[in-house]
Every structure is written in C-alpha cells, then in structure tokens.
Ligand binder design. Structure first.
Ligand code: 4NP
Length: 161
C-alpha cells in the first residue's frame, strides 16, 4: 500500500505483449468483481523495448477474449522510476526477476519484486508463467489458466495485509 492508500501493482514480462498485459487485464477484472477498483492501481511493462506502443499479441488477445477479457493496454518498457510508483512488481519468470532486481538501487526496491508463480494455489507444480511467444495456442491457454489462479492468490494476499 502506498501513502495514497492504494495498492499499486505492476506486472512485468519480457515483451509486455503476452503475459504481463494478460496479468494486468485479469487482475483488473478480479479487482472490479470484488468492487475494489478504487483501491488499486494496476499496470504492466516489459523488460525489452521491441514492442513499445503495441497492443498485446493477437493470439493473447484472442485467447483472452475467449475467456471474457479485453486485453487492450499498450506496451511500454519498465523504467527505474517504476520502483517509486509501485509497491508490488510481479515478474513472470526467473529471467524477468534477474533483469528487474538488477535495476533496483536499494534492498527495499528489490523486495518489491515478487514472482507470479508464488501466488498459485491450484497449479503449484509451476514455478514460472512460461513465455508463450514461440509456442502454440495451448501455451496461451496455459498463461490464462496460471494467471487466473495466481492473480486471485495475489489479490487475497494484498487485501489480507
Ligand atoms: P511476453 O512474450 O514476454 O510474455 O510479452 C514475449 C513477447 C515478445 C518476445 C518475447 C516474449 N520477443 O522476443 O519479441
């Protein structure tokens, strides 16, 4: 929670066109269903800059739509200043974790970085949310399945704080 009294959550992945915009969309949907939208600020960003300004990957958007989501954020690159704007920075895999924590300038900022898979309750056999970019449609389905589980776990964790 920040001084403004809001939970500030930033989802991170490599390109910000598959996993993290899906995390952002699913978390926003869960928060809205819980009537908590005024208590949350939710965003996503990528480690790379290749897709800046783009909508999510068409496969991710299609898969999201089939599950009732509209993933429509535009990609942006993570900035060091995001450590000042967000209390919880959620990464999808270990490569993301290393990239983001290596940009932290103090332990308190490093401690803001958490792994999405640590909030899984139904699919604990996964330790990461695997990158679907070079995969097939079933890999995008898996992203949705894991994010729905983990975002619910994260939401429960934040509201219990
Ligand atoms: P994301 O997937 O990190 O889940 O957005 C990727 C998107 C793009 C690339 C890699 C992963 N890429 O290499 O362009």
């Amino acid at each position: 929670m920040t001084k403004k009294g809001k939970h500030t959550v930033l989802f991170i992945c490599l390109g910000n066109i598959c996993r993290s915009p899906a995390g952002e969309g699913i978390m926003k949907s869960l928060v809205e269903k819980a009537g908590l939208q005024d208590e949350f600020e939710i965003d996503s960003a990528g480690i790379g800059n290749w897709h800046v300004g783009q909508l999510p990957d068409s496969r991710m958007r299609k898969c999201g739509a089939e599950h009732g989501y509209n993933f429509n954020s535009h990609a942006r690159q993570f900035q060091k200043s995001d450590f000042g704007r967000f209390e919880t920075i959620v990464v999808m895999d270990n490569e993301n974790y290393r990239a983001i924590t290596s940009m932290a300038s103090c332990q308190a900022d490093k401690d803001k970085v958490v792994r999405m898979a640590d909030f899984l309750t139904h699919h604990r056999e996964y330790t990461t949310v695997p990158d679907p970019y070079y995969g097939d449609y079933s890999d995008f389905e898996l992203v949705i399945t894991l994010l729905e589980d983990a975002c619910q776990g994260l939401l429960n964790n934040l509201v219990e704080e």
